[in-house]
Design a protein around this ligand. Structure first.
Ligand SMILES: [Zn+2]
Length: 115
């Protein structure tokens, strides 16, 4: 495969998402769910979304006498499967860019409001 195409596939989407963004999940078990981005994993092209993709992890007892427990661990989702929800019009949207002076700002493709 063409390596540059692969690079785009992996990193194209994630650059646009930021911590704190509200996103909708487009694929998988959590399709249609919305949540806030907790962490963006740029190098992996993934993001952790609040309340989405939570797995149960069985943790063994660390010390003697302690009980093992089940902890809920959120797993990152591929950024390509996430879509930003515009805070202005409330719809899932693609992100556009616009320059304001020499500052690059993100805009909603649907209502053109700055995000
Ligand atoms: Zn909008």
């Amino acid at each position: 495969m063409n390596p540059s195409r692969n690079w785009r596939k992996k990193y194209f989407n994630i650059m646009k998402l930021k911590k704190g963004d509200k996103v909708e999940v487009l694929m998988g078990k959590y399709r249609g769910k919305t949540g806030k981005i907790l962490t963006v994993l740029n190098d992996r092209g993934m993001a952790l979304v609040e309340g989405v993709n939570i797995y149960k992890k069985h943790q063994k007892a660390k010390r003697q006498g302690e009980k093992g427990e089940v902890v809920l661990v959120p797993r990152p989702l591929r950024a390509a499967n996430l879509m930003l929800v515009c805070s202005n019009c409330g719809r899932p949207t693609r992100i556009g860019h616009k320059f304001e002076g020499d500052k690059k700002i993100r805009v909603c493709k649907k209502c053109s409001a700055a995000i």
